[in-house]
Design a protein around this ligand. Sequence first.
Ligand SMILES: [Zn+2]
Length: 173
Amino acid sequence: MLSDHISPGKRGITLVYDTIDLAKSRIKSRLERDWEHQCQTKDKLRTYRSFKTEMGTASHLNCNLPKFQRSLISQLRLGILPIRIETGRFTGLNEAERLCQLCTQNQIENEAHFMFDCNLYAPYRQELETGIGADFSIMNTTDKFNAVFSHPYMLGRYMEKSYRMRREKLYNS
Ligand SMILES: [Zn+2]
């Protein structure tokens, strides 16, 4: 009686394997569903999907940019720049709670806030606008992103200065 339970026999083992296979395929389809959902909603592909330039290529990759700037631009494009919209994900904050800690504008610190809204980087933004010959105040967000992505050198400079300032304010004050 007892030994029946301890050694289930061949049929029992087959049953165990079947159960494992079933669990695996359930997990796989669950992951696939999640991935599709993420692509359709936001998260990782948020910036890339919304602000892909008309060229369809990442023009900054063909430029002789300093490594740090190139990396920042790539992270911006992919929506993985470590600003609060992204880092808040790891600390379990709801999206609405991932506010910018560097200004008093009470806005979510997402890519658009970092690039076009946060007061902290206003002087650098002015240089950027002048450099690319644009007036952000009369442009929508998509046009602004398209404009900066087609000027990788100016974008790289803005991002490096702003990101360094952000880091300094957050961690050295
Ligand atoms: Zn801000």
